[in-house]
Design a binder for this molecule. Structure first.
Ligand SMILES: NCCCN[C@H]1CC[C@H](N)CC1
Length: 292
């Protein structure tokens, strides 16, 4: 009998639940950091759930992984050194590897179990780990960034889960300061930035911190991801002071990146028009987010 995965009491979206019909459970376990669940859904393919929160599904992961990667990387002329915080499923790595200008990709993921499970059940995401430019560091990102030499990275992507659990400290000011230090002048950060429908206060706090920490432009973008709460997810784009960055129009359009759309691994969601559209906000969001 198929059951539903329901979770009404998550403080990130009180009183709401999003349920998917479960055809069969493929994996259920616990790491030192979180509960890990993988199941076959009826309509979204395989689903990865951490502590009761949907992280990705076969059907719609492209929206999130492509946008969180190409919004920053297509905003600077020739990204070479990239760091991923989180992202243990490998999807962001898969997207970064489309950029031929990239020479090295560091990834710092705290939970080895997530990496192992995604290699077993989500090969079209974990394929990202096969790129020879990837250096995997399993551990705490705050520690990793503290030891990163100043001005190392052209781009840093924080592909985090929600700030209740292992990702708690990834929305606090000290963390953003270590990111700013690790970026080169004119370097860019892209952060997972929750929902404009549900998390205005959290986004406002992050925007205030980022506007203090990053002297270049700071912008909020968003995309449709049907299996995330409220059906949308935001991205916070920040540029360190230095050569000015205009996030609104891709200076390095993906359509002109040699080999970006390798056969069999087409880009399914992102393109330069979606890039520009992502920064266009509804009136309530302009009011609540742009003033910060
Ligand atoms: N790379 C997997 C996506 C992780 N991103 C988060 C998953 C949980 C959502 N509520 C917010 C985005």
């Amino acid at each position: 009998k198929a059951s539903k995965v329901q979770y009404y009491n998550n403080p990130m979206w009180p009183g709401e639940a999003h349920s998917l019909k479960v055809e069969n459970i493929l994996y259920q376990g616990k790491s030192p950091y979180q509960e890990v669940l993988v199941f076959e859904s009826s309509t979204y393919g395989k689903v990865l759930v951490l502590d009761g929160i949907v992280q990705l599904t076969d059907k719609d992961e492209c929206a999130y992984q492509e946008m969180i990667t190409h919004l920053p990387l297509c905003s600077i002329p020739s990204p070479k050194k990239v760091l991923v915080i989180g992202g243990g499923d490998g999807g962001v790595l898969r997207e970064i590897s489309r950029h031929s200008s990239v020479e090295s990709i560091d990834i710092c993921e705290i939970d080895q179990l997530v990496i192992d499970i995604c290699k077993e059940f989500f090969p079209h995401l974990s394929v990202g780990f096969e790129d020879p430019r990837v250096q995997l560091h399993v551990g705490d990102a705050v520690e990793f960034l503290r030891n990163a030499p100043e001005g190392t990275y052209d781009a840093i992507i924080v592909d985090s889960s929600d700030p209740i659990g292992p990702a708690q400290e990834l929305v606090e000011k000290p963390f953003f300061e270590t990111i700013a230090r690790a970026l080169r002048p004119g370097g860019v950060l892209c952060n997972q930035a929750e929902s404009m429908w549900l998390h205005t206060h959290l986004i406002q706090d992050m925007l205030s911190i980022c506007r203090e920490t990053f002297k270049g432009s700071v912008r909020y973008a968003w995309a449709s991801v049907p299996t995330y709460p409220s059906g949308v997810i935001g991205f916070l784009l920040c540029a360190k002071d230095g050569p000015p960055v205009n996030f609104l129009t891709p200076v390095n359009p993906i359509e002109e990146v040699e080999g970006a759309t390798k056969a069999g691994r087409e880009i399914r969601f992102y393109n330069s028009e979606m890039h520009m559209a992502a920064f266009v906000l509804p009136t309530f969001a302009k009011r609540e987010l742009e003033a910060y």
